[in-house]
Design a protein around this ligand. Sequence first.
Ligand SMILES: Cc1cc2nc3c(=O)[nH]c(=O)nc-3n(C[C@H](O)[C@H](O)[C@H](O)COP(=O)(O)OP(=O)(O)OC[C@H]3O[C@@H](n4cnc5c(N)ncnc54)[C@H](O)[C@@H]3O)c2cc1C
Length: 437
Amino acid sequence: MKANVLVIGGGVGGLTVALKLAKCGVGVTVVEQVKGSPHMYKGELVQPKTLQIFEKNGILPKVLQHGHKINHIELIEKKKLDKKNKQPIQSMSYNILPNPYNFALMIPHEILKTILLEEAQKYPSFKYLQPGRFMGFEGNKAKVRMEKEEVLLEADYYVSAEGRKSKVREMMEVPKKEKNYDHHFLTVTFPRPESMTEGKIISTDDTFLGLFPLPDNLVRSVYLIPKGSYKQMIEEGLESFYQKYLELCPELDGFVQRIDSWKKIQLMIPVHYHVSNYVKGNIALLGDAAHSVHPMAGEGMNLAIQDGDVLGELLCWMYDKDKHSPDYLSYYEAVRKPRVRHVLKLSHLSALAYSRPLKSFVTWRSKVMDQLTNDPVLHIKHMLNISGLGIWKESIVDRVIQSGVVPKRKDHDERKIDRRHLFTEEEDYPWKNKEEA
Ligand SMILES: Cc1cc2nc3c(=O)[nH]c(=O)nc-3n(C[C@H](O)[C@H](O)[C@H](O)COP(=O)(O)OP(=O)(O)OC[C@H]3O[C@@H](n4cnc5c(N)ncnc54)[C@H](O)[C@@H]3O)c2cc1C
């Protein structure tokens, strides 16, 4: 069997690249090892750039239909709130971004995958082999174990979209530096009060609870725990787990208790790494196979989809123009690597802010977050940088203001985002102009 492109891994990244290829008529086969849909939580927050990609792929209406819009995320320092007994003043607002992608969306991961898969299946050049487990390369062919047989699949290009434990990455011997953290997370979805419609992060000296509303009056929660304390928490029982949530968010009384088994609560271990090369010969790494980001900023799934968009567009162009040198794949790395590096850095810094339970650190974090969300320039830069729609780097003045040494700027200083800060079509797909000039 021969495909133009073989995608190994049918996660969100693999399906995005495959959908693009299917749409432009390039023969693409996806092999996915898991039969059916896995019951594992894998990210549900869709950032604005990803919404823009969905619009181009024609799936945005369906995604919106199954998602819950997030306009802002409130940041609540529990202690401050108790003392002054007033509402939080820190809020990260997506609405300050330019229309129409001025919101984020929460959608169950498996529903999003189904939408991508069903759309790709409409095109005759798309093939989906499930369960099909990639076992290694034999010469220039991929060995794939199906239910009853092992087959050799040959392709012009191979895309490794197998997630964190990528076998292809190992075989390519691409170095990656890994950072681990002093905390883990517990994550679980349960019913929410109807009035809880926006995101919240409630923090104390030594933990935080993230609450992100899903459709059907559900909420995804993410709770920070010290590394290694998971077993002890199970021993303490569900009642003690409920109390921890209720101390941080009393509004959840009567809702969190509807989690009836520890089996529904998943342990999440944050890891941070970035490979040195995305491409070797005719093989490209994508999504978690190439990088893993701390879940704090809800970016991993988005980075995988954004990788898939750029790589898919490039491969479509290579087939369309009959430009068949793997050297062209370097465009993919040139576009994606610096963008991913920037998001990884931002997520790592936010993770550190919540990592150390030192009192002075907590006070500093509160100040930093206050400056970030209330200084108009810092706020818009931060929202743009996490949205994926562009990069607007912080200046030294911004850093000084953020640290709290210098006061915040006034509201009337708010700057509008202009074209210089948003990625243009030429920046997303630079080969089109360069190679066709
Ligand atoms: C617990 C958890 C919470 C997260 N929360 C968020 C969040 O809130 N927001 C966010 O944006 N991101 C989040 N992420 C990260 C996000 O889920 C990943 O970054 C994203 O799923 C990466 O997509 P991917 O397609 O690269 O890899 P994956 O989604 O991991 O998909 C890889 C696919 O490849 C398959 N596969 C693996 N090996 C083989 C093989 N040998 N042969 C065939 N198939 C294979 C796997 O079965 C899987 O289906 C979270 C991740 C985890 C684990």
